[in-house]
Write a protein that binds this ligand. Structure first.
Ligand code: PMP
Length: 452
């Protein structure tokens, strides 16, 4: 029977998953796939966790829903307190939504409102980075920069955004250039962009702390965010860090900025917050922003029906309690180091593997047609998608996430590896061994024999 679900590929339904169990997804065809990407870097605890189920049921039995603008709930209070405390009080208020996109959208509106409260009405613009992803609504899509995703919506995008280069050492750093020189060059580019936009017209610079799929798990070079923060501070603009993918433990600390020596003014989180058990995201506000709001209109001119949903909040709190109780951030660091080391050992010598990079349990392998020139594969080859589909074959049985268009929004491929925080060393070895054996058609053939 034809499906009524609107998939991304209308004519081609994806595999149906009938059950999730621990690190595995069971398919309708009887396969047991290792979920090496936790969905889209979401399922931090794996699947079907009895403690989270119990927390959800308990919340449903107590209070299923209340409308947050009118009422609050213990669940919303608790998860927001947990989140502000986890930042050492740097962030002092949290606005709970249902997705990463909504958190980013709220951050743009909050940034604008902040300057309205300050009477700086000409501040209406944003500076973001090329090859970034911040979501799919008309404001968040405007801040992201993936040509393919934006193309047909360009005329109706809803925020005034210009874009500077991302911090992408593999392609951005010139030969012989030190990290410091590279950072200085990127800081100058941001400074120049402020000047060309008019420094007093910019609300904020927005960036992913560790970039996700659109660039492919690229951590910043040391000192990058400190330098960007300085440029923002010089012009009184806000720094928004989008940690929808890299935050909530994925890169080894609860917040990715905790490894960068900067504190954002606004921060978005989502995926690891509810770990996929419920749809949840959040915007976190620095105390500096809260202070301005408290002196001004005292209200965020933005609300949503499912804001602070009690069931989502209770599930997220249960997830975060498990992450803390079971020392999972330490495991993310430990297994992340092993994952990076094994990927380098097994794959860096391969003629089609241009770069392997990542942090914690967020790793990307960038494939190139020519390793010397770094020429990417053309988009129509769909290299990442081919690897993903190969991985679903019975002898590999692994779910890997493709990231197309990383070089210029059209060409260039990565696969993303982001397993649950609960993986063991044996799981990590299994992931790397399987990836090393997944041949991907005549272009890649990542078999060790042929490439040695
Ligand atoms: N920002 C970043 C950095 C993301 O990785 C994503 C999702 N991939 C989003 C925003 C959008 O989140 P969502 O898909 O939950 O709307």
């Amino acid at each position: 029977m034809a499906s009524s679900v609107l998939y991304s590929n209308i004519g081609n339904p994806p595999t149906q998953i009938i059950k999730g169990e621990g690190h595995y997804l069971l398919t309708e065809d009887g396969l047991k796939l290792f979920d090496a990407t936790s969905g889209a870097a979401v399922a931090a605890l794996g699947h079907n966790n009895p403690e989270i189920k119990a927390a959800i049921v308990e919340q449903l039995e107590t209070l299923d829903y209340c409308y947050l603008p009118f009422f609050t709930s213990a669940a919303a209070e608790k998860i927001c307190s947990f989140l502000t405390e986890s930042t050492g009080g740097e962030m002092s208020k949290v606005f709970i939504v249902s997705s990463g996109t909504e958190a980013v959208e709220a951050s743009l509106k909050m940034a604008r409102q902040y300057f309205v409260e300050l009477g700086q009405l000409p501040r209406t613009k944003f500076i973001a980075r090329k090859q970034s992803y911040h979501g799919n609504t008309l404001g968040s899509l405007a801040t992201g920069f993936h040509k393919g995703r934006r193309a047909i919506y360009e005329p109706i995008l809803a925020a005034n955004v210009s874009h500077v280069s991302p911090c992408y050492a593999y392609r951005g750093c010139k030969s012989g250039e030190s990290d410091e020189e590279y950072v200085n060059r990127l800081a100058k580019e941001l400074e120049d962009e402020f000047q060309s936009q008019g420094p007093d017209t910019v609300c904020a610079f927005i960036a992913e702390t560790v970039s996700g799929t659109t660039l492919g798990c690229v951590p910043p070079v040391p000192g990058y965010f400190k330098a960007m923060r300085e440029v923002c501070d010089r012009h009184g603009a806000l720094l928004i860090l989008d940690e929808v993918m890299s935050g909530m433990g994925r890169t080894g600390t609860l917040h990715a900025w905790q490894q960068e020596g900067v504190v954002p003014d606004l921060q978005t989180i989502a995926k690891g917050l509810g770990a996929g058990f419920v749809p949840i995201g959040a915007l976190m506000l620095n105390k500096r922003v809260v202070e301005v709001l408290s002196r001004g209109s005292k209200a965020f001119v933005h609300s949503q029906t499912y804001q602070g949903h009690p069931v989502a909040c209770a599930a997220a709190l249960a997830v975060q309690n498990i992450v803390a109780r079971d020392g999972l951030l330490d495991n993310v660091k430990l297994q992340g180091e092993l994952l990076g080391k094994l990927l380098q050992e097994r794959l860096s010598g391969h003629k089609r593997v241009g770069d392997i990079r990542g942090r914690g349990l967020l790793w990307g392998i960038e494939f190139v047609k020519d390793k010397t020139t770094k020429e990417p594969f053309p988009a129509q080859e769909q290299i990442g998608q081919k690897i993903h589909l190969k991985g679903l074959e019975p002898k590999y049985s692994i779910s890997l996430m493709p990231g197309p268009g990383i070089v210029d929004g059209k060409d260039g491929d990565i696969i993303l590896i982001a397993p649950p925080y609960t993986v063991s060393s044996a799981d990590v070895k299994h992931i790397v061994n399987t990836i090393a054996e997944v041949p991907s058609g005549r272009y890649l053939s990542i078999t060790r024999k042929r490439d040695k």
